[in-house]
Design a binder for this molecule. Structure first.
Ligand SMILES: [Zn+2]
Length: 109
C-alpha cells in the first residue's frame, strides 16, 4: 500500500489512478488524461498554422509550469517578430524589383 499524494488515502502500489479522489498518479496516466489540444505535436503544428494565437492553449495547459509557459511565450513572440521582419524585408525587395521593372519598361516605351 502507498499513500495518495493528493488525498492521503491508502491505495494499491500498482495504482495509476486514485480510487478515492480520482487523481492520476503516474506521468503516462496524466498524459492520457490530457486533452488532444494540449499535446505537444498539436502545439507545434498549431504554432506554425496560427502563430501566437496558439498561446492561450499553452497558458491553460496543466502540463506546463509557469516558467515553461513564459519561455514558450517569449520564444513564440520572438519567432513571430522575426517572421514579420523577414516579410517586411521580402516585401521591400519585391517593391524595389517592381520599381526597377517599371523604370525599365518606361525606357522601352
Ligand atoms: Zn487520492
Amino acid at each position: 500500500m502507498k499513500k495518495c499524494p493528493f488525498c492521503a488515502e491508502e491505495i494499491q502500489d500498482e495504482a495509476t489512478k486514485c480510487r478515492f479522489c480520482g487523481e492520476f498518479l503516474t506521468q503516462e496516466a496524466k498524459e492520457q488524461k490530457l486533452k488532444w489540444y494540449y499535446r505537444t505535436p498539436f502545439l507545434i503544428f498549431g504554432f506554425f498554422i496560427a502563430g501566437p494565437l496558439i498561446l492561450p492553449v499553452v497558458w491553460t495547459n496543466p502540463k506546463f509550469s509557469r516558467t515553461t509557459k513564459i519561455v514558450i511565450t517569449v520564444l513564440a513572440l520572438g519567432v513571430t517578430g522575426l517572421l514579420i521582419q523577414l516579410s517586411a524585408v521580402t516585401i521591400d525587395a519585391m517593391l524595389k524589383h517592381i520599381q526597377d521593372l517599371d523604370s525599365t519598361f518606361k525606357g522601352i516605351l
